[in-house]
Design a protein around this ligand. Structure first.
Ligand SMILES: Cc1cc2nc3c(=O)[nH]c(=O)nc-3n(C[C@H](O)[C@H](O)[C@H](O)COP(=O)(O)OP(=O)(O)OC[C@H]3O[C@@H](n4cnc5c(N)ncnc54)[C@H](O)[C@@H]3O)c2cc1C
Length: 296
């Protein structure tokens, strides 16, 4: 069986990995210069910061097995189960959040090892030369490839929200113990995470994620959101120093959950994190579910 997977995010890589391990001939094509998609780490001042997913939660046994494998090889680390919640700053405890010392994208790089991945290869229509084509990406991106009707319908049914991420690099750590915080009822700021604590190198770096409202207003000019996010974080945590700020725009950051593990029409499949709760684990499970159905 010849399969083309379009998109080297965690869904596409999980699908390609499972198919390849079962003996299928798989080619992954990715428009970006690196794998990972929204499992993204980017280098600022010589150091990686996580600018997409903030962490992974692994409460599915299959994905927990994958995370254990990453942990046993020193790639993933249990980071924290405790964040702050604002207004107020009280502590809240939840499941263990997993991080990666090398940046979360290093987990995608590990999944991609040994796969046939073609980077910097944007696809503008559904490839013809394969028994199956897996579109492993947000629905609005899949729609640009003029997919068959069943896929177009599933993709059109998805609703997505944008986020602008800001990487804030400070001269020193002024905020003591933080890990991260969820900020409710704020006009511009949704979350802030301590990237130095997350990565385990104690670098004085925070990563903030905007509210949907702020991202929607600044999508055409994300740089203009930088001072707004920096001052919101400074005010929240009482920081005096001015950070260096870099921003990243995620036009399709967070989907509303839709039903089922994937969509399929003939030889074309659609998978990703819209098929369940929008998180890394869901994307991994969706990609694996397509692989299992194809092998089935
Ligand atoms: C700001 C932010 C914070 C988040 N926080 C968390 C969190 O804390 N915990 C959590 O679990 N999840 C979080 N997520 C969600 C998590 O990142 C996603 O669920 C997961 O990474 C989605 O993976 P995916 O493979 O489905 O999609 P993507 O990662 O979007 O992968 C799609 C890939 O397809 C490629 N592509 C698209 N079109 C084409 C084309 N035409 N040709 C070739 N390639 C193409 C893209 O370049 C991309 O690499 C967050 C996401 C964002 C943006």
């Amino acid at each position: 069986m010849d399969v083309v997977v379009v998109g080297a995010g965690i869904a596409g890589l999980a699908c390609a990995r499972a198919l390849t391990d079962a003996g299928a001939r798989v080619r992954v094509v990715e428009r970006g210069r690196v794998v990972g998609g929204r499992l993204a780490s980017k280098r600022y001042g010589g150091r990686y910061a996580d600018i997409g997913a903030a962490y992974c939660v692994a409460d599915d046994p299959g994905f927990a097995g994958q995370v254990s494998s990453w942990q046993s090889r020193g790639l993933a680390r249990p980071w924290t189960d405790t964040f702050r919640v604002y207004p107020g700053g009280r502590l809240t405890t939840g499941p263990v959040r997993w991080a990666a010392s090398g940046g979360l994208r290093s987990l995608a790089v590990d999944l991609a090892a040994g796969l046939d991945v073609r980077l910097a290869t944007p696809v503008d229509s559904v490839p013809e030369d394969a028994d199956a084509v897996v579109l492993a990406m947000p629905g609005p991106q899949a729609l640009r490839l003029s997919p068959p009707p069943g896929i177009a319908a599933a993709a059109s049914a998805q609703t997505w929200r944008p986020v602008i991420a800001a990487v804030l690099r400070y001269p020193s750590r002024e905020w003591g113990e933080l890990t991260g915080a969820f900020i409710n009822e704020h006009p511009t700021l949704a979350t802030v995470f301590d990237d130095g604590d997350r990565r385990g190198d104690s670098a004085p770096v925070l990563v903030a994620h905007s509210t949907t409202a702020l991202a929607a207003r600044h999508l055409d000019d994300p740089e203009s959101a930088a001072p707004i996010l920096a001052s919101a974080v400074g005010e929240l945590l009482g920081l005096r120093a001015q950070p260096e700020v870099e921003v990243h725009r995620w036009t399709y950051a967070q989907p509303e959950p839709t039903d089922g593990p994937y969509a399929v029409d003939g030889r074309v499949w659609l998978c990703g994190d819209a098929f369940g709760r929008p998180r890394v684990q869901t994307a991994w499970l969706s990609g694996r579910a397509v692989a299992e159905a194809l092998l089935g």
